[in-house]
Design a protein around this ligand. Structure first.
Ligand code: ZN
Length: 149
């Protein structure tokens, strides 16, 4: 079990140091800002939604290692998913980090299972879920089409 946790730690560290999908994308249809006052994490999520499929997603902002790694892994995971698939995944992820899930069920979450240790640190749950709450806010909040014409 400790080898597994070492691996998880390594992956969280890797994603916090070299976040994937950090930056700007063009043709954004939805966006939202998220803030976790408990820790000071700030995140801005932008995405391109095609009917109900997330075609592309990126984030900017500053946060702790957990929140940055979560943003990185969240964007990597949801790209190409439908809103329904994302909702299902978020439910599983939320159960995992709040400790409502048996560890074995974490397998369904793929790489997101690296956050299973967060359930032992209630203060960190908001850090791990901030990017997901912001993503859901962005999905609900369609921006006016951006035009340079
Ligand atoms: Zn944090």
């Amino acid at each position: 079990m400790s080898d597994l946790y070492d691996l998880y730690q390594e992956m969280i560290l890797d994603h916090s140091k070299r976040p994937r999908n950090q930056g700007e994308i063009e043709g954004v249809t939805n966006e939202a800002h998220g803030h976790n006052p408990l820790c000071g994490d700030q995140i801005h999520v932008t995405l391109i939604l095609d009917v109900d499929v997330v075609q592309d997603v990126a984030f900017t902002g500053k946060g702790c290692a957990i929140s940055t790694a979560s943003s990185s892994l969240m964007t990597e995971t949801v790209k190409g998913m439908t809103i329904a698939q994302i909702e299902e995944l978020f439910e599983g992820f939320h159960s995992l980090v709040t400790g409502q899930n048996e560890p074995a069920h974490g397998d369904d979450l793929g790489k997101l299972a690296v956050f299973s240790g967060v359930s032992e640190f209630p203060m960190r749950v908001k850090c791990a879920t901030l990017s997901w709450h912001t993503l859901r806010a962005a999905i609900d909040q369609t921006t006016d089409p951006v035009s340079t014409e």
